[in-house]
Every structure is written in C-alpha cells, then in structure tokens.
Ligand binder design. Structure first.
Ligand SMILES: NC(=O)c1ccc[n+]([C@@H]2O[C@H](COP(=O)([O-])OP(=O)(O)OC[C@H]3O[C@@H](n4cnc5c(N)ncnc54)[C@H](O)[C@@H]3O)[C@@H](O)[C@H]2O)c1
Length: 440
C-alpha cells in the first residue's frame, strides 16, 4: 500500500518506518529540511531503541523515503497519515495550527480516488471534523476520514507499535475501516483487538487513556509523600496494592513527576475541553497541580537539608530526559529541578546517556555536561537521581562516594537504591516515600 506520513517526529517516523517494515511503500514528509537531510544521510534525528536498524533496512529495500516535498508524496498515496505535533497553546488547549496546515496541503494534492486521511496526532474532540472540512474545501476527489490515535511510548516505540495492546479506529466509512483493518492486520494476528468506534470517541479515548495514566502517577506521588510523613514505605504499599487485579501493577511508581510531550499537554487539553463544554474535570485539575508540586519535591528535600541559599554548593544530576530510553526533554522535570538549584546559587554537573544535545538546547551553558555518572558526581556536595536509566541502578557507589565532597547527600528521585545500604555507606539518603527522610 502507498502511504504518506505528514510529520516525521517521534510518532511519524516510528509509524512510517514500521509500516514500511510490513512491506508498504512509505514516504515520510516533514517541513524541517535539516531533519529530512539527516534521514536521507542515514542519521536518525531522535534516540529510539531499534529505530536506526529498521530505518536503514527499509530505506535499503526502497520501501521508505524521506522528503520535504509533500505534493508528490500525497498525490500517490492511498492513505495519508497526519502525525504533526499538537503542542500546548498559551491557554492550555491543543494548538492545531500544524494539523490544519497539513490538512490544507492534503486537500490541495489528494489525487487517489477514495484516499483515506488518518489523524494520528492527538487532537481534541471535533478536530477530525475540522480536518474533513478543510480537505473537502480543496480536494477534487472523494476521501474518507479516520481518527487513529497513537499509543506508543517513547523508549519502547517500535515494540509498542509492532505489538500494540489495541488499535483504535474511529470512522464512519466502511471503506476506510476495511483499509485500516488490512493495514494493521499483520500487527494483530496474536489477538490484540482493532477497536472500531465513532470519530469523537476515538479522539476522546486517547485523552482519557493518557489522563488515566497521569492520574495514577499523581495519585502514587501523593501516597508516597504521605508514606514519608507517616513512616511507611511506598514500595511495599505499591506491591500490596498493585497485585490487586482490579488495580494492576503498572504506572504506580512514584518519582519526580511526569513530563514529556504528551501527559502534561494532554491533561491540560482535556481540562480545557471540559471547561469549553461547561463540564468540570476536577480530578485532572488536581492531577496537574500535584504533578507541578512533585517536580519541586526533591528541591524541597535539598532545601530542608542545606537551606535556601545554595551558593558555593555543587550538585551532580543523573538523568536529564523526561524518562529513561529517550532523549526527549519536553517538559522534563529535570528542567524545573535544575533551574531551582541554579536560582538558589548552586552549580550543576549533569549526565544523561542520550539527552546531552537536547538538554543543551534547553539549558545551554548554565550547567556542565558530564561524560558519565562518575564525572557528574565528582566534587559534588549532593547527587540527585532524576531519570531511571538502567545504568544508574548499579554504579560503583563506593567510587561515587569517594569522588564526592565529605558527608554527601543522595536524593534518589526514582527510588533506585536500598535506603539502609546507602545510609550504611555514608550517604544522607533521601527517597520518595520510603519511610522518613533525614531531618537534616
Ligand atoms: N511522542 C509521543 O510519545 C507520542 C505518543 C502518542 C501520540 N503522540 C502525538 O502524536 C503527535 C506527534 O507527536 P511527536 O512527538 O511525534 O511530535 P514531534 O514534534 O516529534 O514531530 C512533529 C513533526 O511534525 C513536523 N511538521 C510540522 N508541521 C508540518 C507540516 N506542515 N508538514 C510536515 N511536517 C510538519 C515537525 O517538523 C516535526 O518534525 C502529537 O499530537 C502527539 O501528542 C505523541
């Protein structure tokens, strides 16, 4: 099948590459010339495990192409995916300018009769109808609209795309549904369902799913904070509650708050939609508020130990990306934490296995960028663990201790280490919700 994917970011590049891997002929389009040039040279502009090999294989097989020239790609395509960004606008709603711009281009150049325009971007209820009317104003051929929200996670995007829990297809067109079923057929042979529904419900499903996951995180962060206050251990509580099948064990890890390109903006966009329809989303108001506070939790711990003036103090940071296995810095809690330390006069040296470049775009020269965990710890009064990269789990902590200043502190924002073990080594050890933290 000939497919065009508009927007070659995390979602567009992964989806386009995976569709090519299934034997389709895919052209990925982007307005970012630099990104397309890199891809043409075989350089993958994002870090996503396994993507490099898959892109190279499909380019070599002549099934995957990259271009900035939308018209050619759209003219040929039977299915055109919209996978451009829908960032948060100033009032909290989803900014649809990129979606509307590509809808105009699609309408202009759609040529294949009964082509299918599929919105993969996360968009508020009613957006697909807006896309339909934008395309209809321009298109000379009949076309069909599908809402097909994407559920992949950065860091495991290929696996999620190739082995989805489910695929949601929202459309009123039998023809479009049949084409989508055939496109996704190879991915659901082991039984994952393709769930058919109306367009508005598909749009809503994506927001509801992300908001539920964000809610679980904020809920557990509040439980963790209470655990600290009452002297309970949230890790034990998590196991005790997560084994209940009605609750399930995923997304119950407390930490430094959620970030990334989806949860924060999607929670806010759904709150905005609710307000626009005169319906409150008080739970999500709190989810957002709790999350903002949680990003400062570790800073509060630092201030409780060292006071508000951190001048002449040096901090090591492990982890900059918003989570492990990605280089994505969008809404990363590390940004809030680092800026709070800098504002209080501290100096910072940070290490992230993948996000050095993307972090530099946000933080510039305001911090030092370390080459590994040990460099980041060298000469530090305190170490903050912000992202749970696997390589942070078992470093040589005696070496780390030896590199740091006397009486160092370890602020473990991801609960990676054994509190007793770390205290026995000589760290003043702080965690998120595993018993009382040091008082000073
Ligand atoms: N990143 C995720 O984990 C994830 C997961 C599920 C859903 N989503 C949703 O998918 C959508 C895309 O997210 P992303 O993270 O891939 O975004 P991204 O910012 O990584 O990529 C978007 C791309 O679209 C390009 N673009 C903008 N205007 C264009 C135009 N007119 N023509 C062609 N390309 C254009 C940009 O240059 C950019 O490369 C968003 O709605 C997001 O909420 C993201």
């Amino acid at each position: 099948m000939k497919i065009a994917v508009m927007g070659t970011g995390y979602v567009g590049l992964v989806a386009g590459t995976c569709f090519a891997e299934l034997g389709n002929h895919v052209t990925c389009i982007d307005v970012n010339q630099d990104k397309i040039d890199k891809l043409k040279e075989g350089i993958i502009p994002i870090y996503e495990p396994g993507l490099d090999t898959l892109v190279k294989r499909n380019v070599a097989q002549n099934r995957l192409h990259f271009t900035t020239q939308a018209p050619d790609a759209i003219r040929d395509a039977k299915v055109v995916f919209i996978a451009v960004g829908t960032p948060q606008s100033h009032d909290g709603s989803a900014d649809l300018k990129y979606v509307c711009a590509v809808a105009e281009t699609i309408g202009e150049y759609l040529t294949v009769e009964d082509a299918i325009v599929v919105c993969k971007s996360t968009v508020p209820i009613g957006t697909n109808e807006r896309v339909r009317s934008i395309v209809a104003e321009r298109s000379k051929v009949a076309f069909h609209i599908v809402s097909n929200p994407e559920f992949l996670k950065e860091g495991a995007a290929i696996q999620d795309f190739m082995k989805p829990d489910r695929i949601v297809v929202g459309s009123e067109s039998d023809h479009a549904v049949a084409v989508m079923d055939s496109l996704y057929g190879p991915l659901v042979r082991t039984g994952a369902p393709i769930i058919h529904m109306d367009v508005a419900s598909a749009e809503m499903t994506k927001y509801a799913a992300n908001s539920m996951l964000a809610t679980r995180i904020s809920f557990m962060n509040e439980i963790a904070n209470l655990c600290s206050a009452v002297g309970a251990d949230v890790s034990q509580v998590r196991r005790g509650m997560g084994t209940d099948r009605r609750i399930g064990k995923h997304f119950l890890f407390p930490g430094v708050g959620y970030g990334g390109s989806c949860f924060p903006k999607d929670v806010r966009a759904l709150r905005k939609t609710a307000r626009a329809y005169g319906a409150g989303m008080r739970i999500l108001d709190s989810v957002d508020e709790v999350n903002e506070a949680q990003k400062m939790r570790i800073v509060t711990q630092v201030v409780s130990r060292y006071g508000d003036d951190l001048s002449n103090m040096h901090f090591g940071i492990w982890g900059l990306a918003f989570k492990a296995q990605t280089d994505d810095m969008r809404e990363a809690p590390s940004l809030v934490i680092i800026n709070a330390l800098l504002e209080r006069g501290a100096t910072v040296s940070a290490f992230d296995p993948q996000a050095r470049e993307t972090a530099h775009e946000e933080l510039g020269e305001s911090i030092q960028y370390a080459n590994n965990v040990y460099d980041a710890a060298e000469g530090a009064d305190a170490l903050l663990v912000v992202t749970d990269w696997a390589e942070f789990r078992h470093p040589d902590m005696d070496r780390v201790l030896g590199l740091m200043k006397e009486s160092p502190s370890l602020f473990d924002g991801r609960n990676l280490y054994d509190p007793e073990g770390m205290r026995a080594k000589g760290f003043a050890y702080y965690s998120i919700g595993r018993g009382a933290n040091p008082t000073k």
